[in-house]
Design a protein around this ligand. Structure first.
Ligand SMILES: Nc1ncnc2c1ncn2[C@@H]1O[C@H](COP(=O)(O)OP(=O)(O)OP(=O)(O)O)[C@@H](O)[C@H]1O
Length: 206
């Protein structure tokens, strides 16, 4: 059973110490929700977990190995969803998903099934520039289903989504964890997760 953990992590962005001596632990089959006010460091912690920002102190481990010892293996095991949707406006919804699917490797849903899961089957052939904000976010979320990765790192995944779409994301998280996956997500709105574990980050410093 995989375990993703951080021990004694400190993070500096620009000149600012965002957090220090932070520990986390996520086990296979569970999700960890990061909570805290604006600027508390939720996105910074997710970026650190994704290997996009290096900690100034501390260590992250996947099972018994230090993540920093094999960054490529870590990249291969994670799916990252940041604030940006990463969508090419000139491509249709299906073409965007096909592009991600080609990069994602084997084991996931095909494009039609992923679009269907996110309720986008009716706009598959619509250029992404004509999609609504919520449809664009749902399109970005198909990346999680195209190819299999055990670790999902999601920064405010439900921004712009209506209640029905939030329920779809909750069902995706539930299924991912039941399949033995792990997830870490930052959010300002309630999202039901398996186990409902939370890590609260403190208010930002001066
Ligand atoms: N690239 C950067 N350069 C300098 N400072 C940064 C950078 N990115 C983030 N920060 C600072 O780090 C702190 C934490 O920001 P972060 O985005 O991690 O917070 P957050 O908890 O995700 O906030 P929000 O809820 O508003 O999304 C903030 O003070 C922010 O200004």
């Amino acid at each position: 059973m995989s375990v993703f953990a951080g021990i004694g992590l400190s993070c500096v962005r620009g000149e600012r110490l965002v957090f220090r001596d932070l520990d986390f632990r996520v086990e296979a089959g569970t999700a960890l929700t990061l909570l805290g006010p604006n600027g508390a460091g939720k996105s910074s912690l997710l970026r650190l977990m994704a290997g996009l920002v290096a900690p100034v102190a501390g260590q992250m481990r996947w099972d018994d190995a230090a993540v920093a010892d094999d960054p490529e293996a870590h990249r291969a095991r994670l799916r990252w969803l940041g604030h940006g949707d990463g969508i090419k406006a000139g491509l249709t919804a299906a073409e965007n998903a096909a592009f991600w699917g080609a990069l994602a490797g084997p084991g996931g849903l095909d494009v039609a099934a992923a679009l269907d899961r996110l309720g986008l089957d009716g706009v598959a052939d619509t250029p992404a520039r004509y999609l609504s904000q919520g449809q664009r976010r749902r399109l970005a979320l198909t990346r999680l289903l195209l190819g299999r990765a055990p670790l999902w790192l999601l920064d405010e995944p439900t921004v712009g989504l209506d209640a029905a779409s939030v329920a779809i994301v909750e069902a995706m998280l539930d299924r991912h964890c039941r399949d033995g996956g792990l997830a870490v997500l930052a959010t300002h709105v309630p999202i039901a997760t398996p186990g409902a574990r939370t890590l609260r980050l403190g208010p930002a410093g001066p």
